[in-house]
Design a protein around this ligand. Structure first.
Ligand code: C5P
Length: 227
């Protein structure tokens, strides 16, 4: 079999990671969650006082970028890779609404993107990878054989994220989650460096009204035709 690269981009909470994980499992590919990397840098920036809800010391963060090491470590029990920030498993800490509220501002910083994109490109050196994010089909893997661009109604997405966060035991309101989803989409689509945009050759999928299984089946057909 020929190995391909699959790029999955789209708005927040469209179910990109669910689809990407299932695809990777079915194809025996590696799944890479690039949002986790931006989230981990954001956690680092928060812990070191570079960013709060009111202020952002961009230069401070940029000067510290060399002190940040990100690594995905495979957890065989979960059958998934977890995010490690400077040797610490931060998988839980990066999924909070506090991080979600700040991550899009950190992701606007050019130097942050350069560092993470370089690492992401390396992870695709041998193909056989499913990567999800915002700029995978446009910047990280412009030559990916299969590109999917996902969208769904903001209410559907906020509801999905709300369930996910409360399921993790976090105390959040639906309104806060909704506001965060809309705000992140706005910042992500309007930033100067690598804004969220559908690649010309990406296949658009709106999953407001189709099930996860139907969506997976559709994409599997597309992928298998290329392998
Ligand atoms: O995918 P997730 O929602 O976890 O991503 C969190 C944030 O990280 C996004 O809202 C976006 O600001 C940023 N991001 C990005 N480029 C990527 C992946 C994520 O800018 N490839």
């Amino acid at each position: 079999d020929k190995k391909i690269t699959i790029a999955i981009d789209g708005f927040s909470s469209t179910g990109k990671s669910t689809l990407a994980k299932q695809l990777a499992r079915q194809l025996g590919y590696v799944y890479v969650d690039t949002g986790a990397m931006y989230r981990a840098v954001t956690l680092y920036a928060m812990r070191n006082g570079f960013i709060t809800e009111g202020a952002f010391d961009r230069e401070g963060l940029i000067e510290s970028l060399d002190n940040i090491t990100l690594r995905f470590v495979y957890n065989p029990e979960l059958e998934l890779a977890e995010m490690f920030l400077n040797g610490e498993n931060v998988e839980k800490q990066i999924r909070t609404l506090e991080v979600s509220k700040l991550v899009s501002y950190v992701a606007e910083v050019h130097e942050v993107r350069v560092k993470l994109v370089e690492q992401q490109k390396h992870m695709g050196d041998h193909k056989g990878v499913v990567m999800d994010g915002r700029d995978i089909g446009t910047v990280v893997f412009p030559d990916a054989e299969l590109k999917i661009f996902m969208n769904s109604a903001p209410e559907v997405r906020a509801q999905r994220r709300f369930k996910e966060l409360t399921g993790l035991g976090q105390v959040v309101t639906y309104d806060d989650v909704y506001k965060n989803v809309v705000e992140r989409d706005h910042v992500d689509t309007h930033r100067k460096d690598s804004p969220l945009v559908k690649a010309d050759d990406a296949i658009e999928m709106d999953n407001s009204n189709i099930s996860k299984q139907e969506q997976l089946d559709k994409v599997l057909v597309l992928a298998k035709a290329l392998i």
